[in-house]
Design a protein around this ligand. Structure first.
Ligand SMILES: Cc1cc2nc3c(=O)[nH]c(=O)nc-3n(C[C@H](O)[C@H](O)[C@H](O)COP(=O)(O)O)c2cc1C
Length: 216
C-alpha cells in the first residue's frame, strides 16, 4: 500500500452514529477483532478481551443503563449550570441502541516489573508513590486497549463498515459488565458500535503545525 492510499484511508474514517439495519457478518467482526489484537500493547501482555453483542435485547439494555445514569446526572442540581449542553448530551447518549453490533472492550490489569517493585514500596516510600502516580496517570492496559480500538476502527472503515468509539457507556460500567457477563478480573474500557453507515459526517482536524513541535 502506498502512503497516499493509507492517508486516504485514515483521513476518510469518521465516527458513525447512524446505521442501516443490515446485519454485520460474524466473519467481519471476528477479523476486525483479530487484526485489533495485532496492535502494540504493553509487554505484549494482551490483557484485552472483546465481547461482540449482536443480540438486540442486550444492546438495548446497555443503552437503557447508560440513559438511566445520564438522566440521573442531568437531574442533579450541579447540572443546571450546563443545562443546554447536558440536555443535548442526554438526548443523544444512547443512540447506539440502533447499532447492529456492539463490541465491548475489556482489559485485565497489567503490572510491568517496575510496577511490581514500586507497588511493593509505595506504602512506606514517598518516592515510589510519586513514580507509581506517574504510571497510573496513563495506565499501560488502557493505552494498549486504545491502540486495539484504533486499529479496529480503521479495519472496519476499510471493510466498508461505520463504527464509533464509545467512552460514555463507562458511566454504566457495572451494568454493562453484568449484561456482557464479563469475568471478575476484567474491566470495561469502552464500547465500539458498528454497522453499515447511514450517514456521511464531516469532521476536520487542526493543522499539524498547531499540534506538533520538534526538539532538534
Ligand atoms: C476515547 C474516546 C471516547 C469517545 N466516546 C464517545 C462517546 O461516548 N460517544 C460518541 O458519540 N463518540 C465518542 N467518541 C468519538 C469522538 O467523538 C470522535 O472520534 C471525534 O468527535 C472525532 O470525530 P471522527 O472520529 O469522526 O474523526 C469517542 C472517541 C474517543 C477516542
Amino acid at each position: 500500500m502506498d502512503i497516499e492510499t493509507l492517508e486516504k484511508l485514515i483521513k476518510s474514517r469518521r465516527s458513525i452514529r447512524k446505521w442501516k439495519q443490515d446485519e454485520v457478518q460474524d466473519e467481519l467482526l471476528k477479523k476486525a477483532v483479530e487484526l485489533a489484537t495485532w496492535a502494540p500493547n504493553g509487554g505484549n501482555f494482551q490483557g484485552w478481551r472483546f465481547v461482540v453483542v449482536k443480540k438486540r435485547e442486550v444492546i438495548e439494555k446497555m443503552a437503557d443503563a447508560l440513559q438511566f445514569v445520564s438522566d440521573k446526572i442531568a437531574s442533579w442540581p450541579e447540572a443546571s449550570s450546563w443545562e443546554e449542553d447536558i440536555n443535548r448530551y442526554r438526548g443523544n447518549v444512547s443512540f447506539f441502541r440502533n447499532a447492529p453490533a456492539c463490541i465491548a472492550v475489556f482489559t485485565a490489569g497489567y503490572q510491568s516489573v517496575m510496577d511490581k517493585v514500586l507497588m511493593a514500596r509505595e506504602s512506606f516510600d514517598p518516592e515510589a508513590t510519586r513514580i507509581m502516580g506517574f504510571r497510573r496517570s496513563a495506565p499501560t492496559a488502557i493505552q494498549s486497549a486504545a491502540a486495539a480500538v484504533t486499529t479496529m476502527l480503521l479495519v472496519f472503515h476499510h471493510m466498508g463498515l461505520g463504527a464509533v468509539w464509545l467512552g460514555a457507556p463507562l458511566m454504566a460500567k457495572k451494568e454493562i459488565e453484568t449484561l456482557t457477563k464479563a469475568p471478575e478480573n476484567l474491566s470495561l474500557v469502552c464500547l465500539v458500535a458498528v454497522g453499515y453507515a447511514d450517514e456521511l459526517p464531516q469532521k476536520d482536524r487542526k493543522p499539524v503545525d498547531q499540534v506538533l513541535e520538534f526538539i532538534r
